[in-house]
Design a protein around this ligand. Structure first.
Ligand code: PEP
Ligand code: MG
Length: 592
């Protein structure tokens, strides 16, 4: 959507991360390789054109070999796919035919490669053998690598941007977002993405204002345009007028002041009006963020998303690296609980070097525990590292994406095996750690009574629970308006989980983004959630919200909440009774 006001243009998207920033736009357009153009090459430039192609292939081969060489011996089988790519690079079908086409048709290397790929790929796609069919994907990967070298489109290297800018991209993956250097990047805008996509979550963790799902940002914004990003309202103002700049600056100052005000009380415990103490924990993706959790008054780590250790590197991390990493976090947190979630890759968090199968529906595919049980050696490496680190602090293990009890049993079995090996090897570790599961798949809610028998705690992951229950892709801007935490189905699921857990004598925590919305705190406590975990910067607001709740009088309120039939009606009800909480947060609250 777009609105014009003199020369300034207002683009509307989804508020991905609150805060306001003003600065110059920096466009990162990694999909530029799609817009390859055809041109005729003169006779005398033909050999140079062939040379250009050969260099691009060579560079692609070198890059692949570097990744392969960097992979530790024990994980060699996972680089098989890359070895296939090296072979495909030099395959006659691709290599010789492209050179042939450049010479015969006197066309540029990009166009020749594109044509050859369009001829070769369907041959593989139409093969009946599944293995050969998948080689079509290899051709795509390989030709993309060559094409990137040809058009000089370096894959976006966000870590290397050295200006104070606002990133504008079609899409930023969680991996790219996590490379953002805070001292350089002021904020970001993306055409795609929803509020609770991992990209949005990381932006909130990094505390940089972000607007996602704008649709046409990369078309409307040019490099060096002055833009204003309002991550609360979900707007981007391009070429703002003097007047708008002045007003925004005032608003930014007000926002920062409110934030500072709430932050002052953040180190005090969160007690409800009637004295119930609720722990408010922090979610982190990288060990460095642990400091931010303490700075914001977090009572522990409620969710350590360990997959980022795997995403931001060219190969699998070793046990030692993981151990050091976890120990770093534990050392900083002292006696406070540190909930280490086991690897949750795939879905929207793909790892290039272990991408050994292309999935049509990654969110429903070999993600998280499913992947780990399929690759026990990768899983066990992580479990060993966690158990070793657990000897130094207060660790909880959390297993993601559990959909049935066998997965829990198998995971616990592997954990026991890892502990036994450590024992046999005489390596210090601690097996005596609580093991919990994420409740984020509807089948886990429905069978919560069965699962509760096997675990020490539940942690509700509302981001996925909403995605899977309401059938809403959390990263798809077109259905973002249907992504509703207060949907009666979600409230009933949370209620059921908490009730079942209470009967079984275990606690229910919540670490999905819903836990970070101060307005929802009365409902969550009313439903029986025992502990909340959120992005570090929202901890102070959530604590503040808890302080204004009297748990002795949420009973009637919850009866009314559960009678509502729409998310809007629930929101109106909570805003009416606890509106003060929300008004205080006026500038901090997200608009969906
Ligand atoms: C969730 O699904 O709510 C959750 C906390 O996990 P993630 O966002 O990493 O999928
Ligand atoms: Mg999840």
């Amino acid at each position: 959507m777009e609105e014009r006001k003199s020369q300034e243009v207002i683009l509307r998207g989804i508020g991905g991360s609150p805060g306001i920033c003003i600065g110059k736009a920096y466009l990162v357009d990694k999909e530029g390789v799609d817009v390859v153009k055809k041109y005729i090459v003169s006779e005398e430039s033909l050999s140079a054109e062939v040379g250009r192609f050969k260099t691009a292939v060579k560079k692609a081969g070198e890059a692949l070999r570097r990744i392969i060489d960097d992979t530790p011996e024990e994980f060699r089988q996972h680089v098989q796919i890359l070895e296939t790519h090296v072979v495909v690079l030099e395959d006659k079908m691709l290599y010789d035919r492209t050179i042939d086409m450049i010479e015969k048709e006197r066309i540029n290397a990009e166009w020749a490669l594109k044509k050859v790929v369009s001829l070769v790929k369907p041959k593989f796609e139409n093969m009946s053998d599944d293995y050969l069919k998948q080689r079509a994907e290899d051709i795509t990967h390989v030709s993309n690598r060559i094409m990137e070298n040809l058009v000089g489109a370096d894959p976006v290297d966000i870590a290397r941007i050295d200006k104070r800018v606002i990133l504008v991209a079609r899409e930023l993956s969680p991996e790219e977002t996590s490379q953002i250097k805070l001292e350089r990047i002021k904020g970001f805008v993306a055409n795609r993405g929803g509020r609770d996509s991992h990209t949005g979550i990381i932006a909130r963790t990094l505390e940089i204002p972000a607007v996602l799902g704008v649709g046409n940002a990369t078309l409307k914004i040019k490099n060096d345009d002055i833009i204003i990003v309002d991550g609360k309202a979900g707007t981007v103002v391009v070429n703002p007028t003097e007047q708008t700049l002045l007003e925004t600056e005032e608003r930014r100052e007000r926002y920062e002041m409110k934030k500072a005000l709430v932050a002052r009380k953040s180190h005090l415990p969160a007690r409800s009006k009637d004295g119930i103490r609720i722990s408010v924990m922090g979610n982190i993706e990288l060990p460095e963020e642990v400091v931010s959790v303490l700075d914001h008054g977090g009572d522990g780590i409620g969710l350590y998303r360990t997959e980022f250790q795997y995403l931001s590197r060219p190969n699998l991390p070793s046990e030692e690296m993981l151990f050091e990493n976890y120990k770093d976090v534990i050392d900083v947190m002292g006696k406070r609980p540190v909930t280490i979630r086991t690897l949750d890759i795939n879905g929207d968090k793909t790892v290039n070097y272990i991408r050994d199968n292309q999935e049509r529906n990654p969110a429903l595919g070999l993600r998280a525990i499913r992947y780990c049980l399929k690759k026990p050696e990768i899983f066990k490496t992580q479990l060993r590292a966690i158990l070793r680190a657990a000897a130094y602090g207060n660790v909880r293990i959390l297993i993601p994406m559990i959909s049935g009890v066998e997965e829990v049993e198998q995971a616990v079995q592997l954990l026991d095996e890892a502990a036994q090996h450590l024992e046999q090897q005489g390596i210090a570790h601690n097996r005596n750690v609580p093991v919990g599961i994420m409740i984020e798949v509807p089948s886990a809610v429905i069978t919560a009574d069965i699962l509760a028998e096997k675990v020490d705690f539940f942690s509700i992951g509302t981001n996925d629970l909403i995605q899977y229950t309401l059938a809403i892709d959390r990263g798809n801007r077109h259905v973002a308006h249907l992504y509703q935490p207060l949907h009666p189905a979600i409230l009933r699921m949370i209620k059921q989980t908490c009730e079942v857990a209470r009967t079984a004598g275990i606690k229910t925590y919540m670490c999905g983004e819903m836990a970070g919305e101060p307005l929802y705190a009365p409902i969550l406590l009313g439903l029986g959630v025992d502990e909340l975990s959120t992005n570090p910067q929202t901890i102070p607001q959530v604590k503040d919200a808890i302080r204004s709740i009297d748990t002795t009088d949420v009973g009637d309120f919850m009866d009314a909440v559960m009678r509502q039939t729409t998310p809007d009606a629930v929101e109106a009800l909570v805003a009416e009774k606890y509106g003060a909480v929300d008004e205080k947060d006026d500038h901090l609250k997200q608009e969906h």
